[in-house]
Design a protein around this ligand. Structure first.
Ligand SMILES: *[C@@H]1O[C@H](CO)[C@@H](O)[C@H](O)[C@H]1NC(C)=O
Ligand SMILES: *[C@@H]1O[C@H](CO)[C@@H](O)[C@H](O)[C@H]1NC(C)=O
Ligand SMILES: *[C@@H]1O[C@H](CO)[C@@H](O)[C@H](O)[C@H]1NC(C)=O
Ligand SMILES: *[C@@H]1O[C@H](CO)[C@@H](O)[C@H](O)[C@H]1NC(C)=O
Length: 431
């Protein structure tokens, strides 16, 4: 295995050198798309020429499961809930230090270093199984290529490995060696599934930002630098050059870069709102106009984004902030004339979930949205315990899939029913 690891490093550098050709900006044509592939028509998704409205599930942990029966069980529960789309991670990278432990324990990983090579793509059969099983249950999959955050490898693994220590997070978006390495991995994944109607869309990165949870933003990723816009354009053009048929999206949180600042008073200070001032790195309005970004994604977590929401004198509630955020993205989607997915959202606590979600879901359904709550849980999995299979703290406890506080399960009917009802409405609207 050690020799394989060395081979991994060597040949991917060679690969990186030869695969740097500039891809042409090819746009996708609905008329040429094979049967069973999702397309867009203005603000709506379509499947074989008919409207495709849906409720989807986020379950990043599904490809990490070890047994086929657990994977099938989860898809069956989703199918019975009316879920039509699954979003999951198409990345799982570990570094050299973690490799021996991973080999010993059977941990799922796809890349043993951020420099991809066929031999290091160790557990991709587990992703294969999810993508093929999805089709058996009439579910299509959104696959994200990497993470802005450190979870499951993520972009900082590339930064630390390739650019070295003391680099800001955003070199991920600009260092040509890192881009070549990312593209080499993306090519592996896209070519593996490019003919599969079980893929709904490719997603360039989960929640791209100038900063991460382990590395700060650098001085060159600032409002107006267009660092993420440029990267989104390059990478969406690259994916399109590999795959003319599947939809492509950013996977972003949907931050805005508005010239007219949004400000609010917090603790006697006028604060410029991070979600609207470009500091996060995205520019939702312009990102959505890119020729090979087929639809928009945004996320919604006001409780963790604004501790101010509970500050005395605040005019917002979690619920009202969420409704405004939805409306802001609808306006951008209307302007771009492309679909949007409210792709992740969550609040803590069953009570909060059961009172706030119906309002958000209703607003989304009223404004031609697809919705994907964070996150769908499964009970009664045969696998148990945790860190061997699922790195970090999110283990399987007594058969329940990982719970980050936002997970909802079928036994929590007040929440579950909100989504099964919404799924029914969406499915009735579909062809
Ligand atoms: C590998 O990742 C672990 C965290 O999982 C970290 O503690 C360690 O320093 C990393 N090693 C290298 C060589 O980057
Ligand atoms: C409350 O709303 C007013 C009017 O829209 C605004 O000027 C003020 O900044 C808001 N206060 C807070 C704390 O958001
Ligand atoms: C429910 O929402 C309120 C208001 O934002 C918050 O203070 C509380 O912590 C939430 N409950 C849970 C369990 O997260
Ligand atoms: C539902 O299942 C979860 C996960 O096992 C558990 O924590 C919870 O207590 C169960 N019941 C309800 C009503 O939430």
């Amino acid at each position: 295995m050690r020799t394989l690891f060395a081979a991994c490093i060597l040949s991917s550098w060679l690969l990186a050198l030869v695969s740097r050709a500039e891809p042409a900006t090819i746009q996708r044509r609905n008329s040429r798309v094979p049967q069973g592939f999702v397309t867009t028509n203005g603000r709506t998704f379509e499947l074989d020429g008919k409207p495709f409205s849906f409720v989807g599930a986020n379950s990043y942990w599904l490809p990490l499961l070890l047994t086929e029966s657990d994977v099938k069980k989860t898809f069956k529960t989703m199918q019975e809930a009316g879920v039509k789309v699954l979003r999951t991670w198409g990345f799982n990278a570990i570094n050299a230090t973690e490799l021996p432990g991973a080999l010993e324990s059977g941990l799922t990983y796809y890349q043993a270093c951020p420099l991809p090579h066929a031999e290091s793509l160790s557990c991709l059969q587990r992703l294969d199984r999810v993508i093929s099983t999805a089709g058996e249950y009439g579910i299509k999959v959104i696959v994200a290529f990497t993470n802005n955050w450190v979870g499951y490898g993520g972009s900082d693994l590339y930064v630390n490995w390739i650019a070295g220590a003391n680099q800001p997070h955003d070199v991920f978006f600009t260092d040509p060696r890192i881009i070549a390495s990312y593209q080499s991995y993306v090519k592996t994944i896209v070519e593996r599934y490019k003919d599969s109607p079980n893929i709904f869309a490719w997603e360039l990165m989960n929640e791209a930002r100038c900063l991460s949870d382990t590395l700060p933003a650098g001085p060159s990723c600032v409002p107006g630098s267009n660092t993420l816009l440029t990267w989104y354009r390059q990478q969406s053009d690259f994916v399109r050059s590999l795959d003319p048929n599947h939809l492509i999206t950013t996977g972003g949180e949907g931050h805005f870069f508005w010239k007219k600042p949004v400000e609010y008073w917090f603790d006697h200070t006028l604060v410029s709102d991070y979600n609207f001032n470009g500091q996060a790195g995205e520019d939702f309005d312009h990102d959505l106009l890119l020729p090979n970004i087929d639809f928009g994604t945004y996320h919604l977590y006001p409780q963790s984004w604004y501790s101010e929401l509970d500050f005395p004198g605040s005019n917002w509630t979690v619920e009202s902030w969420g409704l405004e955020w939805i409306d802001d993205h609808v306006r951008a989607a209307n302007k771009a004339n492309k679909p949007v997915i409210l792709e992740e959202f969550g609040v803590g606590g069953l009570q909060n979930k059961s009172t706030i979600y119906p309002k958000w879901v209703q607003r989304a359904l009223d404004t031609k949205h697809a919705i994907m709550p964070w996150q769908f849980g499964e009970l009664g999995l045969a696998e148990d315990g945790g860190n061997r299979i699922i790195k970090y703290a999110d283990a399987i406890n007594h058969g329940a899939s990982p719970n980050d506080g936002n997970t909802f399960y079928i036994n929590q009917t007040a929440v579950w029913d909100i989504f099964t009802r919404a799924a029914k409405i969406q499915n009735e609207r579909s062809g």
